[in-house]
Design a protein around this ligand. Structure first.
Ligand code: NOJ
Length: 763
């Protein structure tokens, strides 16, 4: 349907009718909510009576025990030596364990906890960041799908498998905004944008927590790392963060706030100091904002050893001082620093820590154990048959493939080289990652002895092509290496082929925690390999697997087709093959800006204009804000991604030219698939506040819709702009919209605005 004045009136009429229906529905919902709340209140009262009674029986040591979390012998950080964990569990001096996996192990340890005086069950935690047995794409890849349902579904499946394996709690989602691709942990989050990041945070939490804590297939989520960890100076992991209050509130805190609003069970604080105060010891972050202003009812766990690390920071004299600072600041549970278990009881006895603070932390933790149903049955997540069924469910692989293909971003497709014909005679599959299983999984996958079920790119292609297609293979190079001795074999394979597919990028160990890189070009001599293959004159498709935006300018400028696949998980090979051969039309859009070179970092789309904006896409001349050696624009912008079809944007209409009190602006336009194949487009809404009491970004994402259209099909797309979308934190840190002109921009990417209009906000 095209958009014109006739159907404009029709839309208005439909809207009015819908309003009436909505009001009726709203009333019915209110009645339901009333009864639900009453029942909940009853349950809550029961729970409080139980927990209060239990706490009356607890000794101070047992209370401190609940705040203590140890890792098993599989470590994701530096283990503090000493202690007999089994004995401590028996003595009621451990509240939770991390890195224990599987029903047999969690059952055995829970049995030990049942030997303790008060039989308080343990909480088992694990970093289930992108899938448990079925590995999904890394979170940054999933963010590229801009598909909130798919992202929620991925977390749901992860939760089903995790909960069935005796684990109650995942240390995910990471909701840190990240604008510096040198930081290895960008792979774990949703990228650079607070609006997209907040929606994704919510989707993941809803996915993990399913129908609520206590459902057998739900795990507690943990929003991390609170706060501003993503802004580590120089992109160096664990580094300091120096940031204005304004940036903190506007860019870095919103996904955490969204997580709290979505009912996240727990939060993890972070390693970094923020403006000189380690986040773990920050009362401002944890007490004032999180537990105070946002009324967070769950509990806060430290990051691994981060309480003890306040000594290294130079913020605490010793671990006792660190324990005191952390608990006073609102950190409830100590992960692996052993500062609480060694010192908290003494600190209470000396009057340095009020018992009320310990009680509050204990109560928060016991509440979660209660909500998980562990006091009813500590072994309710320990069912071998359920575990087996869940981790071998073939349906999960189908969903993983679907999410994986949605996460792929087509960066370049000159002369429609892609998709390839399945009956191409000879295809050379080259590159160090083409036959790699482990590297498809990416960092933070849950380790398994046997990864043989991961589908490699080579296997995916092999299954896809016709019987008569011949595949040639050569690794050509090792990403960790600079030797070119494998080039000749690779070039030879290319020369014998009709088309060359090159799989390059980062190995699994090249992005992730403690994997910051100062040089984010394609590692090793991989780009030289691409050059050598290009010199054969054969058509080349480059597939880049990586945990972060990489720099590959020569490839981008010369090679005809480039697909960015990130790390896609168990179904990587099948998903990429679907895209290569046209069984799936790529629809991903970049959730992070790709710089031209490291010197542009940090780089993001929502920058300020400055008083001397340089023209786009040229080197700067005449005293303007840019670089004299390259344009200020990125290589690939936030929101960018191609499809095998084309889309036309037309007929932008705003419901009014003025936004008055209590009114919204409704935005409509028509999107048409003008190509020959069906496809999905992520239509994006950006706004710009032209003049305000603080400088506002040149663009801010405020809406998007992923739309599926058949060839020739059109759809009217609607966005609503309310006051909230125009608001920002002013100098007094009040969230307010200021009257004035707002630009409305609709586009296919942040640097590809197709339609534009404006309206005035009247106070
Ligand atoms: C340290 C990481 O920063 C955090 O994200 C993770 O959850 C813990 N280690 C536990 O593995």
């Amino acid at each position: 349907m095209k958009f014109n004045n006739g159907n404009w009136t029709m839309i208005k009429a439909i809207n009015e009718k819908n309003n009436y229906l909505h009001r009726a529905l709203f009333f019915i919902c209110l009645v339901c909510i009333h009864f639900q709340l009453k029942a909940q209140k009853g349950n809550e009262q029961q729970m409080n009576v139980f927990i209060d009674a239990l706490m009356k029986k607890m000794t101070l040591d047992e209370k401190v025990g609940q705040l203590n979390q140890y890792a098993s012998n599989w470590s994701t950080g530096p283990i503090s030596p000493g202690g007999n964990i089994i004995q401590e569990i028996k003595e009621g001096r451990v509240g939770s364990l991390l890195n224990v996996k599987g029903v047999d192990k969690t059952r055995a340890l829970q049995e030990v906890a049942m030997q303790s005086r008060l039989k308080i069950p343990l909480l088992f935690a694990l970093d289930v960041v992108h899938g448990y047995k079925t590995t999904f794409p890394i979170p940054l890849a999933e963010a590229a799908s801009w598909d909130l349902n798919a992202i929620k579904q991925s977390a749901r499946i992860a939760a089903i498998e995790t909960a069935a394996s005796g684990i109650h709690w995942t240390f995910a989602p990471m909701v840190d905004i990240s604008r510096d691709p040198r930081w290895g942990r960008v792979m774990e989050g949703a990228g650079e944008d607070p609006y997209l990041g907040s929606l994704i945070a919510k989707a993941r939490i809803k996915g993990f927590q399913g129908n609520g804590l206590g459902s057998l297939d739900a795990v507690m989520a943990c929003a991390k790392h609170f706060a501003a960890y993503g802004a580590a100076i120089g992109g160096r992991d664990y580094n300091s963060v120096d940031m204005s209050e304004h940036t903190l509130w506007e860019i870095y805190l919103p996904p955490f706030k969204a997580a709290v609003d979505a009912g996240v069970a727990t939060m993890m604080n972070s390693f970094n100091d923020l403006n000189g105060i380690p986040a773990t010891g920050s009362a401002y972050l944890q007490r004032d904002i999180l537990k105070g202003k946002w009324k967070f009812k769950g509990f806060v766990v430290s990051d691994w050893g981060s309480i003890g690390e306040m000594v290294e920071h130079g913020y605490a004299v010793d671990k006792s001082d660190a324990a005191q600072k952390a608990i006073l600041a609102g950190n409830d549970m100590d992960m692996e620093s052993r500062s609480y278990t060694a010192n908290l009881a003494q600190l209470v006895k000396e009057g340095k820590v009020p018992i009320a603070m310990i009680d509050d932390a204990v109560k928060r933790i016991l509440t979660k154990k209660y909500e998980m149903g562990l006091f009813d049955d500590p072994f309710r997540y320990c069912n071998e048959q359920r575990e087996k069924d869940a981790i071998n469910n073939p349906q999960h692989r189908i969903i993983a493939r679907d999410v994986a293909q949605k996460s792929i971003v087509l960066l370049k497709n000159q002369n429609n080289l892609l998709p390839l014909s399945k009956s191409t005679k000879t295809i050379a599959v080259i590159g160090p990652l083409a036959k790699s299983k482990e590297d498809m999984l990416g960092f933070w996958n849950v380790p398994w002895q046997d990864n043989s079920d991961v589908v490699t790119l080579y296997e995916g292609i092999e299954k896809k092509v016709s019987n008569s297609t011949k595949l040639l293979y050569a690794a050509g190079v090792d990403p960790n290496d600079t030797t070119k001795s494998g080039f000749a074999e690779a070039v030879n394979a290319a020369l014998q082929s009709d088309v060359v597919i090159v799989s390059v990028g980062e190995k699994r160990s090249m992005s992730g925690e403690a994997k910051s890189r100062s040089n984010i070009h394609l590692p090793g001599v991989q780009e030289d390999l691409i050059k050598a293959l290009y010199a054969t004159g054969k058509p080349i498709i480059v597939i880049i697997n990586a945990g972060r935006p990489l720099i590959f300018d020569w490839t981008a400028n010369n090679v005809p087709a480039i697909i960015y696949t990130w790390w896609l998980g168990s179904e990587a090979g099948n998903a990429i093959a679907n895209v290569l051969f046209g069984d799936y039309n790529p629809s991903g859009k970049l959730p992070m800006t790709f710089p031209r070179t490291e010197g542009q970092i940090p780089i993001h789309y929502d920058y300020f204009n400055t008083g001397r904006p340089a023209p786009e896409n040229t080197k700067v001349v005449n005293f303007r804000s840019g670089y004299i050696d390259l344009p200020k624009t990125p290589k690939y912008a936030f929101g960018y991604g191609l499809s095998y079809t084309t889309f036309k944007y037309e007929g932008l209409k705003l419901s009014d030219s003025m936004m008055t009190k209590g009114k919204n602006i409704e935005v409509y336009f028509t999107l048409t698939n003008t190509g020959k194949v069906a496809g999905e487009e992520v239509a994006q809404l950006y706004i710009r506040d032209k003049v305000a009491s603080l400088v506002r970004p040149v663009k801010e994402l405020k809406g998007f819709e992923k739309v599926y259209l058949n060839p020739g099909e059109s759809k009217v797309i609607h966005f609503k702009i309310d006051r909230d979308k125009l608001s920002f934190y002013n100098q007094k840190l009040e969230w307010k919209a200021e009257p004035g002109t707002f630009m409305v921009m609709i586009g296919a990417a942040s640097d590809n605005i197709q339609l534009q209009s404006s309206f005035k906000l009247i106070d």
